[in-house]
Ligand binder design. Sequence first.
Ligand code: ZN
Length: 166
Amino acid sequence: MTRPSPAPRPSSSPPSTAEEALLRAALAEGREALATGDVPVGALVVTAAGDVVGRGHNAREATGDPTAHAEVLALREAAAALGEWRLEGCTLVVTLEPCTMCAGAAVLARVSRVLFGAWDPKAGAAGSLWDVVRDRRLNHRPEVVGGVLEDECGEQLRAFFAAHRS
Ligand code: ZN
């Protein structure tokens, strides 16, 4: 996956080992999607204390639901676990840059941070094609760190599409 050239890199801090560990956990979650022929994208919601309260993997094929993206499912699970829709203090971790829907959902859930792996120059809405997450007109703008474990996250997708193209 190529990097978006003109867009500013929305990384406010360099990726740490802790962030890479979160992306590795999201990659493992993304692998679950393969069982149903879904595109392997995995997401987690982690509290400020470091507890994983939501997990999700892309399940559009499994459920026939066009909105069953990893991030939406993880945010729903986290809200259910915490008993409220406000996920302030939480980090949304996802292997691929969120699309417009998921970036919007992250803003609505008021997560404090979005941490993602591979950039998505074709549909990314956290700095590539759009920047829904950090639009200055919004009151709530999560911090965005992109490109963490970019190669591994991109490879998981490349392998999937290579296998499905033949
Ligand atoms: Zn999405």
